[in-house]
Structures are given as C-alpha cells and as structure tokens.
Write a new protein. Structure first.
Length: 72
C-alpha cells in the first residue's frame, strides 16, 4: 500500500473523528441546558407551593389531629 494512500486515509479518519467530537460536544451542551432548565422549573415550582405545603403540614394536620377524640 503506497504511503500517500495511508496518509490520506489517516487524515480523512482524523477529520471524521473531529466532526464526531464536535457533535458529541454539542450534544453534551444541549443536555446541560435541558438539565439546567428543569432545575430552574423545579425550584420555581417548589418555591411557589412552599407556603401551601408549610400551612398543610404545620397547621392543618396538627389541628385535625387535635380534634380527634382520645388523641390528647
């Protein structure tokens, strides 16, 4: 096999690998952005319902248990 042919093949393989690496890097960035967006939405949702959850667990449930006969 001529040396020129081997060098040409290795350069083509190198270019192909570089393209694949760029695409995988792009995929990682997209996944990171999606995870970041999910985290922001989760924090916003928990913040918006935190007052309701606090009232339910610390006011509603204890008051209901205090009204049950024989629970004192």
């Amino acid at each position: 096999m001529p040396a020129f042919f081997v060098i040409t093949l290795s350069k083509k393989r190198e270019k192909t690998m570089q393209r694949k690496n760029k695409r995988s890097g792009q995929g990682l960035v997209e996944y990171a952005l999606i995870i970041g967006l999910i985290a922001i939405v989760a924090v916003a949702a928990l913040t918006s319902v935190s007052g309701t959850l606090k009232n339910f667990y610390f006011d509603t449930i204890p008051n209901a248990l205090n009204q049950v006969p024989g629970s004192h």
